[in-house]
Write a protein that binds this ligand. Structure first.
Ligand SMILES: [Fe+2]
Length: 473
């Protein structure tokens, strides 16, 4: 009797061990990651969004300080890929760019990162983040590039993506798309905004994100949604982004930038402090200077405030570009009373005025408004001697309310928007579109030889919307 029980027990133990072995093999083969979650929902979708493999994902190109001759590219794999490469060639009509002598290879910088996000009970994710700056490119040229591990195995390379460098003719027209906060339900509800914007202007030169790209700074899943939503657009159209409060870790009172910001983006490092690398910076694009102010850091400390204010002054006093655009997450003029950013305004507005900055593109308020510091143009179609134009926009689905204020020309709530901004030698055309592709707000800005600006408010197709008309409290 005793003997039989012992044998049965042995069989059970053996079977259990075999099953376990099979499962762990399956995991190792497919993913090479740690399953440390206790209560995380292991649904298939989240799995695809979170875990890296040997094949590159989250591929994104960004503008450098010298966009005419270079671009930056970042991507992610699992940690089995320790050395990674970019291959680039001038685009050809057929597959001839593949011929060896036409291709150039660059070695990327690789960082191994482990993301812990206990706030959302996500499993910890081990990934390798790769980045490279591709230099010595010809201006106004179409290229193709791909990223991968350098092997002959096509599966561990990305597809070939197109990318174009800007013209050396500074005054040639170019366009960029400005997005306010994406932040929430990014895969479900923001994807159609970025896709619609690209569909309306596939030849766009770059995209600008005014902060709060995601909701939880350390959520790998949310970052995965942001990359998923943009997919090949991120790999084809260069981006620049400024961080919002949500790119700073809430658990440490928004004093620590997301552990993923710097590994996953390559942005200029020409700001005033080490801690502001890739968050506060300036770059030139043809005849426009673009400046990113790190508004959260600005709020966090006097040290950062003083450094960024002094630095902005030095950038603007030395500027030789015809147009100047500043982006920052917190608005100089909020769309809602009670969401005031007094310190930001008191420090930066004197400089914005002094140097007659053209556009200030902001987010954070989850509503839309566009106008001027003074109410000079209110109700008028043409504004002579126009000053700085301020805009607050939102691209994601989180919607707040606002109040009408003197500085506003157009206000809106409960609308997901993107702005296509076209810059020419002496003219800026600004069109804010709803995600359905209709004009919500529009103006033209002309600058004469003496720097005097005339602003014309254009007709829009969609009238002002208020949240209360859609959602009853
Ligand atoms: Fe925000």
């Amino acid at each position: 009797m005793k003997k039989t029980v012992f044998v049965l027990l042995g069989l059970i133990v053996l079977t259990a061990c075999n099953t376990e072995k099979k499962e762990s093999n399956h995991h190792n083969d497919e993913h090479h990651h740690t399953h440390s979650s206790k209560s995380y929902r292991p649904d298939i979708d989240a799995h695809k969004l979170i875990y890296p493999s040997k094949a590159p994902d989250r591929i994104i190109v960004s503008l450098t300080e010298d966009a005419t001759h270079s671009f930056a590219v970042n991507w992610r794999t699992n940690q089995q890929i320790e050395t990674a490469f970019v291959e680039i060639a001038e685009e050809t009509h057929g597959p001839d760019f593949l011929l060896d002598e036409k291709k150039q290879q660059f070695t990327a910088k690789t960082e191994l990162i482990t993301v812990e996000n206990t706030r959302d009970k996500e499993p910890s994710v081990n990934a390798a983040y790769h980045s490279a700056i591709i230099n010595n490119l010809k201006p106004g040229t179409d290229y193709v590039y791909r990223v991968g591990d350098g092997s002959k195995n096509k599966d561990t390379w990305s597809e070939w993506f197109q990318i174009s460098t800007p013209s050396t003719n500074e005054n040639e027209s170019f366009s960029f798309i400005y997005f306010g906060d994406a932040q929430n339900d990014v895969k479900s509800m923001w994807s159609r905004v970025i896709r619609k914007s690209y569909k309306m202007m596939p030849e766009v030169d770059f995209m600008l994100h005014a902060g709060d790209l995601i909701n939880h700074s350390e959520s790998d899943r949310e970052w995965g949604e942001w990359f998923y939503a943009g997919s090949f657009i991120h790999a084809t159209v260069p981006s620049i982004m400024t961080p919002g409060n949500h790119e700073y870790d809430k658990s440490v009172h928004r004093t620590k930038l997301s552990a993923l910001w710097r590994p996953q983006f390559t942005l200029p490092e020409n700001g005033p402090l080490d801690e502001l690398k890739e968050t506060c910076y300036a770059l030139d694009y043809q005849n426009m200077k673009v400046i990113s102010i790190d508004a959260q850091s600005f709020n966090n400390s006097k040290h950062s405030r003083e450094a960024q204010t002094k630095w902005l002054d030095s950038v603007l006093v030395n500027n030789t570009k015809k147009w100047v655009t500043i982006t920052m997450h917190y608005p100089i003029f909020s769309t809602a009373k009670g969401r005031d950013n007094q310190e930001l305004r008191e420090n930066l507005k004197p400089l914005i005025d002094k140097y007659n900055v053209d556009l200030v593109l902001q987010g954070h308020d989850h509503t839309y408004a566009r106008g001027y510091a003074s109410n000079e143009g209110l109700g008028r179609t043409i504004v002579q001697d126009a000053g700085t134009v301020y805009a607050v926009s939102v691209s994601g689905p989180k919607m707040y309310e606002s109040q009408n204020q003197d500085w506003m020309v157009k206000r809106g709530e409960y609308v997901q928007l993107f702005q296509i901004i076209t810059v020419e030698n002496d003219r800026i055309e600004y069109n804010s579109y709803t995600t359905k592709g209709e004009v919500f707000d529009s103006f033209s800005l002309m600058k004469n030889k003496n720097g005097k600006k005339t602003l014309t408010n254009n007709k829009s197709e969609v009238q002002m919307r208020l949240k209360k008309d859609f959602v009853k409290n």
